[in-house]
Design a protein around this ligand. Structure first.
Ligand SMILES: NC(=O)c1ccc[n+]([C@@H]2O[C@H](COP(=O)([O-])OP(=O)(O)OC[C@H]3O[C@@H](n4cnc5c(N)ncnc54)[C@H](O)[C@@H]3O)[C@@H](O)[C@H]2O)c1
Length: 305
């Protein structure tokens, strides 16, 4: 299949590109390299260093004529979205509309879209199923959800199919430990360097950590399955920051020095996403345990020292 991956030079996108190539797909990548890196793009994929909001998206679609677009490119920094909601909306909403308009022009059949647990906000109950109310508490959460609705509209108006994948907390090799990246990337990076880690609040806040290779596999399955569906991609397991650190110490044999800091305002206390629908409509289930995944990230961090 001819597949275009936006954000293919980023953390999750580059793993998707790798898996698509392994399965014999023809892959092109659009990425403005703002947080992504050229060296993340596997050989065999064609990289177009183009911004989502640019008119040049049309040129790329005209040249590549993809059958499916896997749309990962986004501004992903929740705090930046709070500081500058217009910037967040320009990239995540206007950029996505620009992509969809040209997708329609060039006969794209389907869009697989990276949405987020952020659309649910502070969950009313855990684990969160897909029909949980949308209570996003950040401009980022809102912009991710708005694009989901545009996908419905484009399906109704123009027959472009979609699958929305709402990711829980994704972790794995190549996640940036220095940016806003996840706690797994930050902690493993610091453990590998022998640096202390900071826990905000009492460390009992929970998240649902899903391995990037499993997320890539969900995208691969969504090429042909889950049409018109919104699907959580998660392990459906709550893990506290304290538990996470314990697993890391057990797996790596490194004892962390912990600095405690006050709870960050607006931080969600509990989060985990139900994944029954992913099992049903995609035939997907997570395959990498947290301990195995952490071992892989730690090996990657060690090798990059
Ligand atoms: N990492 C997570 O835990 C997580 C959780 C839920 C959802 N998501 C979603 O998954 C997707 C991928 O996230 P990631 O963690 O790999 O982040 P990332 O920053 O590594 O990847 C995003 C990519 O998009 C590119 N990009 C950003 N703005 C662009 C623009 N205007 N034009 C073209 N390219 C642009 C970046 O250069 C980068 O390569 C995002 O849509 C994000 O919202 C991630």
């Amino acid at each position: 299949m001819r597949v275009l991956v936006t954000g293919g030079a980023g953390f999750i996108g580059s793993h998707i590109v790798e898996l698509l190539l392994e399965h014999g797909h023809d892959v092109a990548v659009i990425d403005n390299l703002s947080t992504g890196k050229e060296e993340n793009v596997p050989k065999g994929a064609r990289l177009y260093p183009v911004d989502l909001t640019s008119w040049r998206i049309q040129e790329v679609l005209a040249a590549e004529r993809p059958e499916v677009i896997i749309h990962q490119a986004a501004q992903i920094d929740v705090r930046r979205s709070v500081e500058n909601p217009a910037m967040d909306a320009r990239v995540n909403i206007i950029g996505s509309i620009n992509l969809l308009e040209h997708a329609r022009e060039f006969g794209v059949q389907k869009v697989v879209y990276a949405s987020s647990a952020a659309v649910y906000g502070n969950p009313l109950s855990v684990p969160v199923a897909e029909d949980h109310p949308i209570l996003a508490t950040s401009p980022y959460g809102v912009s991710k959800y708005v694009v989901e609705r545009y996908l419905y509209v484009y399906r109704e108006l123009y027959g472009i199919d979609f699958t929305v994948l709402r990711y829980a907390n994704v972790y794995g090799p190549r996640q940036d430990p220095l940016g806003e990246g996840g706690v797994v990337a930050i902690f493993t990076h610091r453990l590998a360097k022998g640096l202390p880690v900071t826990i905000f609040g009492d460390g009992e806040q929970t998240r649902d950590y899903v391995y990037v290779g499993d997320v890539a596999r969900a995208n691969l399955l969504a090429l042909t399955q889950g049409g018109g569906e919104v699907v959580n991609i998660s392990c459906a397991r709550e893990v506290s920051v304290n538990q996470l650190l314990q697993i890391m110490q057990d797996v790596t044999g490194v004892q962390a020095t912990v600095h405690w800091a006050p709870k960050r305002p607006g931080e969600i206390d509990r989060s985990a996403l139900a994944n029954d629908r992913a099992r049903r409509v995609l035939g997907w289930r997570p395959s990498v345990t947290l301990a195995e995944g952490i071992e892989r990230v730690f090996a990657y961090e060690r090798a990059s020292l």
